[in-house]
Write a protein of this length. Sequence first.
Length: 329
Amino acid sequence: MFLPVFSLPVPGRYSLALCGKSPCARVGQNSLYLPPLEPGSKNGKVVIIAGANPSGSFADSYFIDLGKLGWVNLLPRYEHAAFVPTSRPNTVWVYGGASETSNRNCVQVLDLESELWEKPKVRGDPPSPRTFHTSTAAIGDRLYVFGGGHKGVDPVQDQQLHVFDSATLTWSQPEVYGQPPAPRHGHVVVAVENRLFVHGGLAGDTFYDDLFSIDIKDLKWEKLAASGSIPGGRAAHSAVAFQSHIYVFGGMDPTGELNTMYRYHLEKKHWTQLEFNAPVPSGRLDHSMCVIPWETSGGRTHLCLVFGGMNMKGQIYDDCIVSLLEEGS
């Protein structure tokens, strides 16, 4: 179902029809919402960074202008991490990922005003090269890294929490307490206030369904209890945090690609599988997802935007799908 105008009459899932030159179908990209920088502007942008398909990995960046509902492309990798630091909202920082031949552990930064990429000189010991995609989260000016892919279905065996401070250009590995998650890749990490949440992932032929958290103040890992419709083990899915919930979508399990969406209530520690009054999108993995605020005649609402990904048969998607998030639930 296409959504030509963002009136959002009923909750559900919608495909966006966007004008302009769009990125080709891809997997392993990042999607980030960028608030408007101009005074008085209501609508921001979504940046799609890099990715890959069978022809190779990409060194491009595209923007969805939410005011014009169109693509704006800029003029590199896939399964990398990306974040916007609080103190420098006009920049996007990218770390890790992979090319066709090897994994990476370098840092690059995109200046949104000059539209130029730079490779800053950083200090400290970075994590070993690895694929990330969704296995990082940012709080303030810092990017937090846990786990990631080594080779094939094998994760890196490193269980350290790595921290990159974009203000000081420094890597560090703080001492943590408690039992961390087992080594894994294809998991998701999201940040809510001062806490990081780690869900799912893969190691060899094992798919994890567990959920961990760590408070960056006391740095103690905790495995969280859960009730309700608990999602089965999965990897290569996506996740976002909104208000008191974490949303996860898609991914893969031993049966194939998934198209289900779940919501976890942080206070109640309860999972709910969401139902939609519209056709659900095709099952997919290695896609990207972000939350975007949107102004309507009735006030501000929030949308969850999914871009790209692939199925287990190798079909790669270039579609944009949005669903309305419930406010205050």
